[in-house]
Design a protein around this ligand. Structure first.
Ligand code: FAD
Length: 569
């Protein structure tokens, strides 16, 4: 698939999006899981302009597709967050007399046809959507696009997810596979045309109120956003927790952004206390972003934006995040004089670089789709021997390796201990329990637990990738796959295989106060000082905390051996 990626096929199929436009009685915006907002939404804005110009109603459609969620390892938390946001969006759109029609489509294979049927029922002149860069989604959209056009319905799929869309930052006409040069070009392109890249897309115009009285559309206003999707229900305690920690809606997302950008005294007026650290923060009045460069790797403090669930679901646009870093009162449309700070020396610059990582991984997914189909980016590592049986959809180039029942059981037990946070490594256990409880994990600790799974336990990175997709409320295929392949040393611009994290020294750096571990591993809540990061056996035994399930030194040697010579056990 890499030689002819589906993104270029979709863009070809879309063409200029206008040639076949017929007149109709509505314009449809197809909202998807990654663009759950009304403000600054490119496809919605274009659809609204089209509807306004033709003086016909705008209809917003959302297709729930449980089979896709199963196929793509979607977790219940992410689905629940989607529905909570949709419920708010439905209310906001209703005030503009725009219906949000939520349809459950039981069979993913017939989803394109279901979209076309709906367009015909609504007598739509065009369908607009923001591009989703996952392979299956692109293939589905190509089908929708071709079928719509064959019926004279316009199909317009536009870039919206990234600040600088895939296809702009290239080296010798190819996507970059190394981040640093990518980021330099990304920043220079962005700064060369801020009004374009940071365009603030206008909100939709209201429909005429009379649309509510039209038989064809009136029923769409009545359709409910379901409370849950069968097979993806959250238990009520988890649902309550997710609602409290991750409130839905654009207002919540903007508050969280402001909380990160403003000085602490001002942000406290917003009444927002970080639920992940329960307000454990220093008393200085500096804003979080101003010290982001120095403190972003601290898991025991409230130092990062916590915006990932909102960015992953598109509740806030990445453009809005970057616009917010420009000097106050800068109007992006006239911002030719202002420059986005993407340098290494300031908090703002560092934060902008993280948003660039997000763009980078989307570009990788779009240019090298095989990475999301179970293949390592670096093909030489397809032969790595992982512990335990090969996964069902294994990409291993050496199938049939003899494997004993003992090895099967030992790998299964290690995986369970890792998932539940009982490895005997406090920082790993705190991380996994935080993930299980909060649906979120600090970036540095994601790296530590991922490195531990893939190097200390030698378990296939796809096991961890799948588990993160299931548990994270910010689950995003591009960033998750990129993060896992980085840690497993199989990806683009990865951590070199010989730089294996030492979980003890990483622990003292990421959690020097020990607050993160004590909060999530109650067995160790009474432990202070270095013992917390590496509890001596008598201390661990007394407190009922497990002994380490592997010895780091030995595990490290095994990993080095296997990576040096992929294919050898
Ligand atoms: P901030 O530090 O405030 O950063 C701002 C934004 O930049 C984030 O919200 C995110 O959108 C983006 N960003 C930051 N770091 C990265 C990164 N390394 N890669 C890509 N984008 C980044 N992020 C996800 O959004 N979804 C995932 O499923 C996901 N899985 C990951 C798996 C692993 C193994 C690793 C190592 C990282 C993963 N990340 C993922 C990236 C990163 O950990 C989170 O984006 C970050 O922790 C979110 O916290 P924040 O919003 O406070 O980030």
């Amino acid at each position: 698939v890499d030689s002819d990626p589906p993104l270029s096929k979709l863009l070809k199929a879309v063409g200029d999006g206008k040639a076949t436009l017929k007149s109709g009685r509505s314009v449809v915006y197809w909202m998807r899981m990654g663009d759950l907002r009304i403000s600054d939404n490119r496809a919605l804005s274009l659809a609204s302009a089209h509807a306004g110009k033709s003086d016909i109603p705008l209809v917003v459609v959302f297709m729930l597709s449980p089979q896709d969620y199963t196929a793509h390892d979607r977790g219940a938390r992410r689905i629940d967050f989607t529905l909570r946001n949709l419920a708010l969006i439905k209310g906001s759109l209703a005030t503009l007399h725009i219906p949000l029609h939520v349809v459950t489509q039981p069979n993913r294979r017939t989803l394109p046809q279901a979209v076309i049927t709906l367009l015909e029922e609504l007598d739509a002149s065009a369908i607009y959507a923001n591009i989703e860069y996952e392979v299956d989604e692109l293939r589905r959209d190509i089908e929708v696009c071709k079928a719509a056009k064959s019926k004279g319905i316009g199909a317009i799929f536009v870039h919206d997810k990234c600040v600088v869309e895939p296809g702009v930052v290239l080296t010798k006409n190819r996507a970059y596979s190394v981040y640093t040069p990518y980021q330099k070009v990304w920043l220079s392109k962005l700064n060369a045309d801020i009004p374009h890249f940071l365009e603030d897309c206008s909100k939709p115009h209201p429909n005429r109120e009379s649309v509510r009285a039209t038989a064809k559309f009136a029923k769409l206003f009545d359709s409910e956003v379901p409370e849950s999707v069968p097979g993806f229900e959250l238990d009520s305690a988890d649902r309550t927790k997710m609602k409290q920690v991750w409130p839905a809606g654009e207002t919540a997302a903007n508050d969280i952004l402001l909380r990160f950008l403003r000085t602490k005294s001002r942000s406290s007026q917003l009444g927002a206390v970080d639920p992940l650290t329960a307000g454990a923060e220093d008393s200085s009045k500096r804003s979080r972003i101003s010290v982001y460069d120095a403190e972003r790797d601290r898991a025991d403090k409230d130092t990062t934006s916590r915006l990932s669930p909102y960015l992953a679901a598109g509740v806030i646009s990445a453009r809005a995040c970057i616009r917010a870093t420009l000097p106050p009162d800068t109007n992006a449309k006239k911002a030719a004089g202002s420059k986005v700070d993407g340098g290494k020396t300031t908090g703002v610059g560092r934060w902008v670089q993280e948003i660039a990582w997000r763009d980078f991984y989307v570009c990788i997914l779009a240019a090298f789709p095989r990475v999301s189909m179970g293949r390592p980016y670096q093909e030489k590592y397809a032969a790595i021997v992982w512990e335990g049986p090969a996964l069902e959809d294994a990409y291993t180039d050496k199938p049939g390796r003899p494997i004993s029942q003992t090895e099967v059981a030992s790998a299964a037990s290690s995986i369970e201990k890792w998932k539940s946070g009982h490895t005997g490594y406090p920082i790993v256990d705190a991380g996994m329990r935080c993930l299980n409880e909060m649906g979120y994990l600090h970036n540095r600790v994601r790296m530590i637990v991922a490195m531990f799974l893939t190097k200390d336990l030698m378990i296939d990175w796809r096991v961890g990738e799948k588990y993160f997709m299931e548990k994270l409320i910010d689950a995003d295929l591009a960033s998750n796959n990129g993060g896992w392949q980085w840690c497993a040393s199989t990806g683009v611009d990865p951590c070199p295989y010989f730089r294996i994290f030492n979980p003890y020294s990483q622990s003292t750096k990421a959690d020097p106060t020990g607050d993160f571990i004590r909060r999530h591993v109650p067995e160790l809540s009474s432990v202070r000082g270095p013992d917390l990061h590496n509890p001596p056996a008598p201390v661990a035994d007394k407190l009922g905390y497990p002994r380490p399930i592997v010895k780091h030194g030995e595990a490290r040697d095994r990993a080095l051996r296997r990576f040096k010579d992929p294919g050898m056990a």
